[in-house]
Design a protein around this ligand. Structure first.
Ligand code: ASP
Length: 355
């Protein structure tokens, strides 16, 4: 066997190269997970002229490159790749971006088996809707982590950098597999189905109401105490890859005194496919019946923010669906997806019971 000084030198440089490559993925003797970030905007990317300005900032000011530059330590916990999907407040996120995100994540997971998890940066106002949509349309057991912030990136003591850092840790944690999409803010991990924004301003705004958190992103480790039992992600029947749009569903706020039929009549006129009632009202009972006659799907949810709307055989016999404990904004997402499969109220009720 040839083993002159030239050969030894080649072997040596070969080893150096291999070691350098391994160094890219290994920290402290551990393999770093691979995490991809999809950035969409929100307060987490917001900027104000002064560090002390905690309101009046502009969402979607910092790009994901600039955000990552503010948390250089993030590269110690994962091997990161990233892309800017859009850079807007979450009031501007809708069906088009949701379908794009689902398609990008499904494609990434199908084509890059080496990727361990994804993070979606997002405005908090509609973050729970995006999280629930991805919970129903990403067909994989790999983590899908939605993150936002309550203070702009430019703020003194902003929560964005740590939330982003923690979201990447959660996405890279093997413990996050099979938990469906989750929401990470304020070190707390909420399930996409129940996690909801409960405060207009405080940093501890997200929680799962009566169901609490799934776990925490603590400094020592990412820790879970329970997992969702309703169907989600890898157990979902909703394949949206060929969709360019979704059925139109709106929400009518009811249950208040003197509620009239105007909003429901307006939606009938507008030609919606479904209506979610954030509580029903005597004042629009007749209008709802008319909507049913026109084939519009009607789902009873509730405005209280907690608790179930009980299933009612009489209501179902009349063609009305009940949302169980899904909040109206999430019932809307589920009804949109359900209507891509069926218009039969019994089938839609089955879907509401399953998810
Ligand atoms: N307006 C912001 C948004 O939803 C609020 C936030 O991000 O917290 O984009």
């Amino acid at each position: 066997m040839l083993c002159g000084p030239f050969m030894i030198r080649r072997l040596w440089w070969g080893l150096v190269l291999v070691a350098a490559t391994i160094q890219l993925d290994v920290v402290g003797g551990e393999v770093r997970p691979k995490v991809h970030i999809f950035a969409t905007g929100g307060t987490i990317s917001g900027a104000a002229p002064e560090r002390i300005m905690l309101s009046g900032y502009k969402s979607g000011s910092f790009t994901i490159d600039e955000m990552l530059a503010k948390v250089p330590e993030i590269h110690d916990v994962a091997d990161l790749t990233w892309e800017q999907v859009t850079n807007v407040g979450s009031g501007n996120i809708g069906t088009e971006i949701l379908l794009q995100l689902a398609s990008k994540i499904n494609t990434l997971y199908a084509e890059r088996p080496d990727v361990d998890g994804v993070v979606i940066t997002h405005g908090t106002s509609t973050l729970e809707e995006t999280a629930y949509f991805l919970n129903l349309t990403v067909i994989s057991d790999k983590p899908v982590v939605c993150v936002g912030a309550m203070r702009p990136m430019s703020a003194v003591s902003g929560d964005g950098p740590l939330n982003l850092y923690n979201a990447v840790r959660v996405a890279g944690a093997t413990e996050s597999r099979g938990k469906g999409a989750v929401i990470v803010l304020n070190d707390e991990i909420s399930a996409a189905r129940e996690g909801t924004k409960t405060d207009t301003y405080r940093v501890d705004t997200f929680n799962g109401k009566e169901f609490g958190f799934l776990g925490y992103a603590d400094p020592d480790k990412v820790v879970y105490y329970r997992k969702p039992v309703k169907r989600h992600t890898y157990g979902s029947e909703f394949i949206v890859k060929d969709f360019t749009d979704l059925p139109k569903v709106d929400i009518v706020y009811g249950g208040y005194q003197d509620a009239g039929p105007g909003a429901v009549m307006g939606l009938i006129e507008a030609g919606v496919d479904g209506i979610i009632l954030a509580s029903g009202s005597r004042g629009f009972t007749e209008a709802i019946k008319l909507a049913r006659e026109k084939g519009i799907a009607i789902v009873y949810s509730d405005r209280k923010g907690q608790g179930r709307v009980l299933e009612s055989p009489t209501r179902l016999a009349e063609g009305f669906i009940t949302a169980d404990n899904l909040r109206p904004q999430k019932a809307r997402i589920l009804l949109q997806l359900a209507l891509t499969k069926t218009k039969d109220p019994e089938q839609i009720q089955r879907i509401f019971n399953d998810y």
